[in-house]
Structures are given as structure tokens and as C-alpha cells.
Design a protein. Structure first.
Length: 596
């Protein structure tokens, strides 16, 4: 995206300097080339001082002579910021007394000039080496405080950030304009074909071999600058013992230093170190002013008896090289490839990828144990194509009906015409009174019967011969299912029925009232209370199921409302959000995986 360059006529300060206008134009050129691939522009803006070009002293001739993030301005490579707005400085000049407490307070924690040891200690994210030690720097657009210059840092993904970095001493180096000499008040002095950088000496003394002189710069600025005592910037007899700038340059960059003038116009060894490719060692190997910058991620592995995991090898300022690969571990059901074999939860799935384990049915950690009401044993069944928890056997007193365990109706002594009309699977329709043409339901009282109790009051457990063989059944002690004088105190099943369902109980024989005082409760709508309100054999069924959110300090994860019968309330069941870590999982449930 190409950003706006401010109209100098609309600027509160009236107009821009020539150098700023040129920099803005150079910025437009770099921004345009950024839009077509972030490559250098062979035909980009060229600001050439032909005098320096003819003299062979220009640092650059066109943009391609400069590093990425710089433009060629009057023969000098100047840092610019592709993609950022170039605006004039509209701030009000600082007219405070230099003796105020704010000036004396010094840098604040993490701000510009604050002493540091690692990038993480600086608000700008950059801790830079200087002659006085490591300090925090700050971001910049063009201008930096005296003694610093705005330099671009290219990241691993091609982005460019700009920071204030310490000036390198260019005293006595060739220049074409004042802007080529780092430092606000350092000027380019001399004739057009032999100009060199001076150094402001109005407040500081000059180094050995230099004197402070009144000069007028190439750009017409009058000031006092350090100039070589001999009058020329070269190692002469007059400069023996003085330091002169030097540099070592190769394909990795340029490192600057000094060398001593010796007798016989000879120079001592250059103190600049040899530029090298940047490596993760806490040093500025390529001398671009930044430590451990632009190092692309490498590949690393962690291996043990369980497998081998691959990750990125990153250069982290405080920790050096850090491998993001996870440690191989035993495969668990958690949606992750714990042992890094390329498969997720493979020990808990069938050949078709369905979770078919009793404790992981259909998904991880969805157990079938204790989830089906009144079931004794359960299993995870995939025969329908979908993993589903099913009943294998029911608890005593319950029978399997339509896939669920329900309590059968107790129809003891109810009129019947066949065994099918009676409640339990081993209950029989009996002629309890040989003199009565009617038949009534008996009730199973044999070993392992579903009722799990002896016959009720007024009944005996007798062996009855049936078409299928002998069966043990509860029958009336007086062979009558009618309520009469001989049956007082005898009980038989009764029901309470309404729109919600049918509840079963027992009625007791009374001479005056017959079978009365039914103990069955009145059916009601099912609520979350750990009871079978509608008497259908299921507890708290059909409740919940709505989506919900489980929220904590890390985020909100989706869940499902379930009934907690012990508390009598609906609860949101699901995973909890956690701090995002590098594991291929959306830990904080924000829809992104492994984001910073």
C-alpha cells in the first residue's frame, strides 16, 4: 500500500527542507517497488551529485547501489521506510529550561538510552551495542537524536523496521552533501571534488591530529568543524600518531574502525573487524547496527524411544537458539500427534478413523461408562457407521427396551390373556383359581429375577408348569386376585397416569374400599433433579443439549449444556481455554492455532 506524502504547502511549518522532499520522493520510489515484489528498482529515483560522481567519491549512483530499505540521495545511501507515511515534524519546539527535573531524570525503564542486556528489556524491542555499553534504542521515521541515525532492519519475512542506531564516525571520509555526514551538526567541507566530513567542535574538542576551524559546508552552512591539522585528509608526517577512519567490507557488510598514522605515510592495522554472516550469538556479526537480525528459522528435532518430532530453530534474544519441536510422548487421546508419527490418536480409532474405545467413543474422553441410565455393562458400537454407546446388560430390576434400560411395569394380579400382557420377560399369565375362568399375571420370583425381591405381602413363590417348562411365580396365597375378606392386606400394582406419563405403585386390599391407597406418585415434567419425574425409567433425560461457552482468563471455548443431577442445575460441559503454546492445537479457542 502506497501511503500519502504530505503537501508541504499545508504543513504547519510552511515547507519542507530540500533533503526531506527528496527523501519523500525516494520513499515513493521504494514504496512502488515494494508493491511489485520488494525488489530493488533499477529505474528508481536517482539523486546524483555529479561532482562526487566525476570524482569517484559517491557512495551510490542509484537505488540499486544501496541496501534494501535505503534510497540513493545526493550520492549517499539514506534509510527510508517503505509503506509508512512521510509527515513533517509538527511538534511544538521544546522551550523548557534545560535544568528542569525532567531533563535531569534520565531515561525511563525500557525507553531510549536505558541500559539493557537483551531486546526483551526494551520497549522498542531492540537493545544495541554502543561504545558505552548496551542501550535501548527507539523506532524512527527519519530523524534521531544527535549521535544517532535512522537505519532500517529487514526482518525474516521481508518487513523493514527503522531504529535509531549510533552514528559511525565518518570524520575525514569523502562526502557529497552535509547529509552524508552522520550527526545533526557534522558538515561536508571542502571543494566539490574533494569534500570530506568534518565534526562539530563548538562544544567538544577535536581528536589528535585535528583542529577546530570556522568553515562553510558544501551546502552553504557556516559552523566550526574539526579539520585535519595538515589540511588534507590523509596520513602525512604532520598526522603521525593520529587515528584515521578505516573499514573492512565484503559481501556481508561494512565494519568501521580506525588505524594509526605511522611515519613514512604508512598506516597501522585497521581495528575494524571482518563482517560475517549473522549468526545467533548475541553479536552484530555483519556490522549493520543490529544484533542477531534477519536470521531465518532453521529446522530442529527432538528424538527419544517414542519417536522423533520436528520444529523450528529460532534465535531468541534472551535464550539463544530455541527449538520449538515437542518432546515425543506416549500417544494419548487428545487430538494431537504425541509421538510425531504422522497420525493423531491412532491407538484409539478403528481402521475407518472412528473413535471406538469404551472411554473414547466418537471422540476423545467421551466415555460410555456410567453414561447410560440403569445399564450394568456398556460398549462402543460402530456397526451403524457412527460410534455410539450402547447397553450390553441392565441392572437388576430393569429390562432393555428400545436401547435403554427401563423398569418394567409390575402387573401382578392384573387380568391378562397371554404372557405378553404381563410386565417382565419371565412373568406368566396364570389361572390362579381353578374355579375362576379368568387369568391373572403372576410375577417371576426365580433366581436372577429382575425384581430383586421376594413376593409382596399376600403372595407365595410357587413352581408353575407352563408351556415352556417349570417357572417360579408369585401367586396369591388364597388363589384369588379379588379383594375380599380373605385377601385383606394383599397388595397389587396400581398406576397414576396423566399427560406426562404413567407411574406405578401398590394398592392394598381393604374390605370396605377394595384395592385403595395407591402408592404411585403423580407423573410430572422431567426436571434436572436426579429423579425419574415422568416415570419412564430414565432420569433427567432430554435436558440440556444447548450450546454454551466456558470462559476463563485465556478465552472462551464452546461446550454443551448437561444436567448435573447432584446439584439440580444445568452445567456447561466442554474443554477449558488455556494459554496458547506451540503444539498444533487452538489452546485458547480463538480460531487460530499456535499464534503468538
Amino acid at each position: 500500500m502506497l501511503h500519502r506524502v504530505a503537501d508541504p504547502l499545508s504543513s504547519p511549518r510552511g515547507a519542507w527542507t530540500t533533503r526531506t522532499r527528496r527523501l519523500a520522493a525516494a520513499l515513493l520510489g521504494l514504496a512502488a517497488l515494494s508493491a511489485v515484489g520488494a525488489c530493488h528498482d533499477d529505474q528508481g529515483p536517482q539523486y546524483v551529485d555529479f561532482a562526487c560522481l566525476d570524482a569517484g567519491r559517491c557512495e551510490c549512483r542509484m537505488n540499486t547501489d544501496c541496501r534494501f530499505g535505503q534510497a540513493c540521495l545526493d550520492g549517499v545511501c539514506v534509510a527510508v521506510i517503505p509503506g509508512d507515511t512521510v509527515e513533517p515534524d509538527t511538534s511544538t519546539p521544546d522551550t523548557r529550561d534545560a535544568t528542569t527535573s525532567e531533563v535531569d531524570a534520565g531515561p525511563t525503564t525500557g525507553e531510549f538510552l536505558w541500559p539493557c542486556e537483551a531486546d526483551s528489556e526494551c520497549n522498542s524491542g531492540k537493545c544495541l551495542p554502543t561504545d558505552a555499553g548496551m542501550i535501548c534504542t527507539k523506532r524512527c521515521i527519519e530523524e534521531c537524536p544527535e549521535g544517532f541515525q535512522c537505519r532500517g532492519l529487514t526482518g525474516t519475512v521481508g518487513t523493514v523496521d527503522f531504529f535509531c542506531v549510533p552514528d559511525r564516525d565518518r570524520l575525514c571520509e569523502p562526502c557529497a552533501t552535509d547529509g552524508a555526514c552522520p550527526g545533526v551538526d557534522n558538515l561536508c567541507v571542502g571543494s566539490a571534488d574533494s569534500a570530506t566530513c568534518g565534526r562539530d567542535c563548538r562544544t567538544e574538542s577535536c581528536p589528535d591530529g585535528y583542529t577546530c576551524e570556522d568553515v562553510t559546508s558544501i551546502d552553504g552552512v557556516a559552523s566550526r568543524q574539526c579539520r585535519p591539522t595538515s589540511g588534507v585528509c590523509q596520513c602525512t608526517l604532520d598526522q603521525v600518531g593520529a587515528d584515521v577512519p578505516c573499514s573492512v567490507e565484503n559481501e556481508h557488510g561494512v565494519c568501521f574502525g580506525t588505524q594509526v598514522c605511522l611515519e613514512g605515510s604508512q598506516l597501522g592495522p585497521c581495528t575494524a573487524r571482518t563482517p560475517a554472516g549473522e549468526v545467533c550469538d548475541g553479536l552484530d556479526n555483519d556490522c549493520n547496527g543490529f544484533v542477531d537480525d534477519g536470521i531465518p528459522p532453521g529446522v530442529c528435532e527432538r528424538e527419544n524411544d517414542l519417536g522423533k518430532c520436528t520444529g523450528q530453530l529460532l534465535c531468541v534474544a534472551d535464550a539463544g537458539e530455541v527449538c520449538t519441536a515437542q518432546v515425543p510422548s506416549v500417544e494419548t487421546c487428545d487430538g494431537r500427534d504425541n509421538d510425531c508419527d504422522g497420525s493423531v490418536d491412532e491407538d484409539f480409532r478403528d481402521a475407518d478413523g472412528r473413535y471406538d474405545q469404551l472411554d473414547h467413543c466418537g471422540q476423545c474422553n467421551k466415555t460410555c461408562r456410567g453414561t447410560l441410565p440403569n445399564a450394568e455393562d456398556t460398549a462402543c458400537d460402530t456397526s451403524s457407521g457412527t460410534a455410539t454407546c450402547v447397553v450390553v446388560t441392565c441392572k437388576p430390576g430393569f429390562v432393555l427396551g428400545d436401547g435403554v434400560c427401563v423398569r418394567p411395569p409390575d402387573l401382578l394380579c392384573e387380568p391378562c390373556t397371554s404372557d405378553a400382557a404381563c410386565g417382565g420377560p419371565r412373568d406368566h399369565c396364570l389361572a390362579v383359581d381353578p374355579t375362576d375362568t379368568r387369568s391373572f399375571c403372576g410375577r417371576d420370583c426365580g433366581a436372577g429375577n429382575i425384581y430383586g425381591a421376594d413376593c409382596p405381602t399376600g403372595y407365595n413363590c410357587q413352581t408353575i408348569t407352563t408351556a415352556g417348562g417349570d417357572a417360579q411365580q408369585c401367586v396369591p396365597s388364597n388363589n384369588s386376585c379379588d379383594c375380599g375378606a380373605d385377601n385383606v392386606g394383599q397388595v397389587r400394582p396400581c398406576t397414576q397416569q396423566n399427560q406426562f406419563g404413567t407411574c406405578f405403585g401398590l394398592a392394598t386390599c381393604d374390605v370396605d374400599q377394595g384395592f385403595a391407597s395407591c402408592t404411585a406418585r403423580t407423573p410430572a415434567a422431567e426436571t434436572c433433579n436426579n429423579q425419574d419425574d415422568d416415570c419412564d425409567g430414565l432420569t433427567d433425560e432430554g435436558l440440556g443439549g444447548a450450546t454454551c461457552l466456558r470462559t476463563n482468563a485465556f478465552g472462551s471455548c464452546p461446550g454443551v449444556q448437561l444436567c448435573d443431577g447432584t446439584t439440580g442445575s444445568l452445567v456447561c460441559a466442554g474443554p477449558d481455554a488455556a494459554e496458547e503454546v506451540c503444539n498444533g492445537v487452538d489452546d485458547d479457542c480463538d480460531g487460530e492455532t499456535d499464534e503468538p
